[in-house]
Design a protein around this ligand. Structure first.
Ligand SMILES: Cc1cc2ncn([C@H]3O[C@H](COP(=O)(O)O)[C@@H](O)[C@H]3O)c2cc1C
Ligand SMILES: O=C(O)c1cccnc1
Length: 358
């Protein structure tokens, strides 16, 4: 087993607590009973802490959809053919996918990243060519990717953040890759040390028999790769995907650059779980946007002690769940910045109760 190095620029510094008291005092001076805006207050406080300011901002938001193909599709783990990955990339570039509508409505900048799609893709201003190869290998039979491909993915994910999202304050990542619910279940199973059956679900609509096949190929992979799966990068190399590894690099770089990261559904959570295993401080910079209807997602979030904001019954990917939470971040930050205080509005603050100290 060879140790895999983590590329430079991916270490994440834990947030300090210097501003915490000022942030809380600001929230408590606003014209509302203390804490009455619930999680909107928590979100605003987190954005302020991430940005190190009492004047946080919720824009620009940058969204990247990382696309790649998966060798494991040769084992009949998805009802859809791998060709759909490239076809959906064309759909993204033509503006017709769900994520295009989210980005237009939210005025979010969108890039598609070819992390390793099995097709020739066109030149297009929104498409970034960063391919690590034309799809991974079937991970139940051999390692999904080489050590060089893994390093390429981690570095390319980080570079995409530097090159395309330098001024963004919020980073939202999505995926496109037929077969990647199986890949993600394998990654999460190894990272969280949970049985594959607890993380496998229907994906794009797998039957019960097909879900049993998904469990089988992951169990075969566990047996084949053994101790290689005990390190986060070994796990990514043996059973990961090109888009997932690139998302891991992008998540780490975004947090290293003190940007807020929005985590989408099952696939993004798999990529994030590797990032968190490498750099636990990434949690300080993270909002878990939603709980996907993919069966293993609730289980993974619970194991990661992560509380998602939304439960909308979505199970699409592309980053749609992440962007569904973007309006909440905008609202939370606007409330923090724009509400009057008791003093400025001339509203009487609460009085100490008789017989108590405070
Ligand atoms: C038309 C279409 C659009 C999608 N957009 C995201 N996914 C989602 O479904 C795929 C994973 O599911 P599985 O593991 O079952 O193949 C990923 O590409 C994911 O992003 C899509 C799937 C389809 C079919
Ligand atoms: O939650 C997700 O990310 C997801 C679920 C099903 C299919 N594709 C993605």
């Amino acid at each position: 087993m060879t140790a895999q190095p983590l590329p430079d620029g991916l270490s994440v510094t834990p947030l300090g607590h210097d501003l915490d008291a000022d942030i809380q005092a600001h929230l408590d001076q606003q014209t509302k009973p203390p804490g009455s805006l619930g999680q909107l207050e928590t979100i605003a406080a987190q954005v302020a802490r991430v940005q190190g300011t009492l004047h946080p901002v919720s824009a620009p938001v940058w969204h990247g959809v990382f696309a790649a193909d998966h060798g494991i599709c040769s084992e009949q783990v998805s009802p859809f053919p791998s060709s759909v990955t490239a076809q959906m990339v064309h759909n993204f570039l033509q503006g017709g996918a769900a994520i295009n509508v989210f980005c237009r409505e939210e005025q979010v900048q969108l890039h598609i990243i070819d992390a390793g799609v099995d097709a020739d893709l066109p030149e297009h201003p929104q498409l970034l060519h960063r391919s690590a190869g034309r799809g991974t290998r079937a991970f139940n039979r051999e390692a999904a990717m080489s050590a060089e491909q893994l390093q390429h993915c981690l570095s390319a994910g980080a570079e995409v953040i530097d090159q395309q999202a330098a001024d963004a304050r919020v980073i939202s990542l999505g995926d496109m890759g037929i077969g990647n619910t199986t890949t993600s279940a394998a990654v999460l199973s190894a990272i969280l040390q949970q049985p594959p059956a607890s993380l496998v679900g229907a994906g794009t609509g797998a039957s019960t028999a097909m879900q049993q096949q998904k469990v089988r190929v992951i169990e075969q992979a566990m047996e084949r790769h053994g101790a290689e799966l005990t390190t986060p990068l070994g796990c990514l190399r043996c059973v990961g995907g090109f888009e997932i590894a690139m998302m891991t690099g992008a998540f780490l770089r975004a947090a290293a650059q003190r940007k807020l990261v929005l985590v989408d559904g099952f696939i993004a959570t798999a990529a994030w779980s590797v990032a968190a295993a490498l750099q636990p401080a990434i949690r300080d910079y993270t909002l878990f946007a939603h709980c996907s209807d993919e069966r293993g997602h609730a289980h993974a979030l619970e194991a990661l002690q992560a509380t998602p904001l939304l439960h909308l019954g979505m199970r699409l990917g592309e980053g749609t769940g992440a962007l569904a939470a973007a309006p909440l971040v905008r609202l939370a930050v606007a409330l923090f910045n724009d509400m009057a205080t008791f003093a400025s509005a001339g509203v009487d603050n609460r009085e100490p109760e008789a017989g108590t100290d405070g």
